[in-house]
Write a protein that binds this ligand. Structure first.
Ligand SMILES: [Zn+2]
Length: 321
């Protein structure tokens, strides 16, 4: 990877688990950062999805917004020995300065904090093929192309454009429309049709499918109504690891049942925001004269770590790193 000072170049021959064609990859790696850059870890990245599918646990996707969230999430995941997708929306990318900033921040933290768990830097809801290409160019590990608001044919076409441009990245795509609002993503819930899912998977070689099954982004305005039968039918028909977006506000029971039915990755974003917000407000109220930014911002750290730890145990990803 060009972002790191190249010391060695290795040629790693590998196949991914989802019948991707045999490819020869060139991976540059730095000896001080063997985990994230070695061929072995690239294989582990794909293998953890298969492991999750077989052993019936889900890998968390925790969305990040800044250095502090990333640091605390990584430390919590390392403590629990859990693999993690670090989700970054296009809005969060813009906020932090760009794709390269995010990639290098994550790499720096992995190295300086001695993080050894699989860390998969993931573009969440890539809103266009161009955005996805930028994430590929910055060496993100995983890309979600969200063309779900287009018709099936266009969704297939756009998803394939990203697949063809990607190097070794995992690819996630959405089908149907997940409702609610989160960051810059707003959708009117439209359930995924089983026939569409079958047709979609026949035409795109993706690693993760995010169907719309009743979960929504942001906070739920009414009781979540998850279509478990549809979830089960889709998973049995396509056998692709499924992603559940809108994990905030779903009961533990819903999450456990979803994992039993084929959900391998669960995205959690809003819950961190709510917990962090409460902690920060509480600190500021109790310490009105405090002006040290590090003290103010870090007063939300425990809340971030607590949410991460609790979700890791709920998803069963602890000790799977
Ligand atoms: Zn989402």
């Amino acid at each position: 990877m060009t972002k790191i000072i190249t010391k060695w170049t290795v040629f790693v021959l590998f196949t991914t688990i989802y019948e991707r064609k045999l490819r020869v990859k060139t991976i540059d790696f730095n000896l001080t950062s063997l985990y994230i850059l070695s061929g072995d870890s690239m294989k582990r990245m794909g293998n953890i999805l298969e492991d999750a599918k077989q052993k019936k646990y889900a890998i968390p996707q925790f969305n990040i917004n800044n250095l502090e969230w990333t640091k605390n999430i990584l430390e919590a995941c390392q403590k629990e020995n859990s693999p993690v997708f670090l989700g970054v929306s296009t809005g969060a990318v813009k906020y932090m300065g760009g794709y390269n900033v995010v990639r290098q921040m994550v790499d720096g933290l992995i190295r300086d904090l001695g993080i050894t768990i699989p860390v998969i830097l993931h573009l969440d809801h890539g809103t266009s093929v161009d955005e996805c290409k930028k994430a590929v160019d910055a060496n993100f590990d995983s890309i979600m192309i969200d063309a779900s608001h287009y018709d099936l044919e266009t969704n297939i076409k756009m998803t394939n454009e990203v697949i063809n441009y990607a190097k070794d990245q995992l690819i996630e795509a959405e089908l149907g429309t997940i409702g609610g609002t989160e960051d810059e993503v707003t959708g009117n819930l439209q359930f995924t049709k089983l026939d569409d899912a079958i047709e979609f998977i026949k035409n795109v070689n993706i690693d993760l499918l995010a169907p719309s099954l009743g979960s929504v982004h942001g906070l739920y305005k009414s009781k979540p109504d998850i279509q478990f039968d549809l979830m089960n039918q889709i998973f049995n028909a396509v056998n692709t690891p499924l992603v559940l977006h809108g994990g905030t506000g779903l009961s533990d029971e819903i999450i456990r049942k979803s994992i039993r039915l084929g959900i391998c990755k669960i995205n959690i974003n809003t819950e961190f925001q709510v917990a962090w917000n409460e902690a920060i407000r509480d600190f500021i109220n109790k310490n009105p004269n405090e002006y040290d930014p590090r003290k103010i911002i870090s007063s939300g750290a425990a809340a971030i770590r607590d949410v991460a730890t609790q979700k890791i145990h709920l998803l069963g990803s602890n000790n799977k790193g």
